[in-house]
Design a protein around this ligand. Structure first.
Ligand code: PLP
Length: 391
């Protein structure tokens, strides 16, 4: 492994994947040893247009010739920041029309949680078991996995966790609750799709008690699950949606979006009660505008559904317990963790990058770029089938 990587870079585990990337284009990573790898995880649901999409690169180049950072968030009129906010609001239903930009997903959730507290004057929060919302203190406080929380206790007080997808448990939401935060489909928890009934009951309970419903669409957003946003498939609308990851075609950008009325809680009492230096960076916003256009013009959410069909058809193998998820946010569940590790490793040796989800060690994540071509997708799936055969 590279000496600088080993010695100077902080590691997040004892076993990083450690691929040395020279460049990336479309669905491919090209490594320094000259090999080519098909990226079937899109940098964890980020590179939905593939790597270096020409429209994104063009938008970045145009913006860097004009200006980089000029002022902290929310003070100056910046063409692509304001323009993208308007286009994003247009792509969302009424009631989700005021966009607050951040840099990352966890920061979008931090803002959403603070907004819910400020707008309701309440402090209690509800999250769901097995969820993942990010690693800063607020997001970790509503993340439902003790193994990640315990070393950092105490976290925010007044947070309770309910079982995900359980309609009866929703009666715990009452009028002391500021917000309920959930992923519409759990990602890191192991790609878990709850029922339409649960989504409707959750929306009804929040409306009845005045608790704000936050959908964390950081992973499910921007076409990944077969619609521009996953909530569209469940027939419910959140009060606040949080976004990041695929938003800016590989550039860092996040946002939380609510009604104008709700968002006005951040304008005063005190003014600047939530600020960020780099949120809505002009280069990221230019890239995000191009990304949204490509997603819409090339109907990539629809293509995610086609990916699901191809993957399900090709991975009907006896070692596969289940393929679950929606669109191009899929998980292949195998019968044991050791086999899973062997399959992932042998796919990598065969030129296909797969991965785990954070909370599961026998679920293989499959999240290709939404515009992956049929021959490349089939080539990758053939490598997976061969690895399953050999496992
Ligand atoms: N929320 C969800 C559902 C995520 O999947 C992630 C990251 O995987 C985050 C929040 C955190 O986003 P970020 O890593 O950009 O802070």
């Amino acid at each position: 492994m590279n000496k600088d990587f080993e010695q100077a870079l902080a590691w997040t585990s004892d076993a990083p994947i450690g691929l040395s990337v020279d460049r990336a284009q479309g669905p491919f990573l090209y490594l320094e040893d000259g090999s080519r790898v098909i990226d079937l995880i899109s940098g964890i649901a980020v590179s939905s247009l593939g790597h270096r999409h020409p429209a994104v690169i063009g938008a970045i180049q145009e913006q860097i010739d004009r200006h980089l950072h000029v002022m902290v968030y929310g003070e100056f009129v910046q063409k692509h920041q304001a323009g993208y906010a308007a286009e994003l609001a247009d792509a969302l239903p009424d009631g989700l029309d005021s966009v607050y930009f951040t840099m990352t997903g966890t920061e979008a959730n931090e803002g959403a949680l603070k907004l819910a507290k400020k707008a309701t004057g309440r402090s209690r929060m509800i999250g769901f078991r097995n969820s993942y919302h990010g690693d800063t203190h607020g997001s970790l406080s509503v993340t439902g996995r003790d193994v990640y929380r315990d070393p950092f206790l105490p976290l925010l007080p007044d947070v309770s966790f309910l079982p995900f997808g359980d309609v009866d448990a929703l009666s715990a939401i009452d009028d002391s609750v500021a917000c309920v935060i959930t992923e519409p489909i759990q990602g890191e928890g192991g790609i878990i799709v709850p029922s339409d009934e649960w989504h409707r009951a959750l929306r009804d309970r929040c409306s009845a008690t005045g608790a704000l419903l936050i959908f964390d669409e950081i992973q499910t957003g921007f076409g990944r699950t077969g619609s521009l946003f996953a909530f569209e498939q469940f027939g419910v609308q959140p009060d606040i949606i949080t976004l990041a990851k695929a938003m800016a075609g590989g550039m860092p950008l996040g946002a939380f979006v609510s009604s104008r009325e709700l968002m006005s809680a951040f304008r005063n009492d005190p003014p600047l009660s939530h600020v960020t230096t780099f949120g809505g960076h002009p280069v990221s916003c230019a890239a995000a505008r191009a990304t949204l256009r490509v997603l819409q013009n090339e109907q990539l959410p629809e293509r995610a559904k086609w990916i699901e069909e191809v993957v399900r058809e090709r991975l009907g193998h006896p070692a596969v317990v289940e393929v679950r998820g929606r669109g191009a946010m899929l998980g292949m569940l195998l019968d044991d963790a050791e086999r899973t590790a062997r399959v992932v490793q042998s796919c990598l040796e065969g030129g296909v990058l797969l991965g785990w989800t954070l909370h599961s060690n026998n679920l293989v994540r499959i999240a290709p770029p939404l515009n992956i071509s049929e021959p490349v997708l089939v080539e990758a799936l053939d490598v997976i089938v061969a690895a399953l055969e050999a496992s």
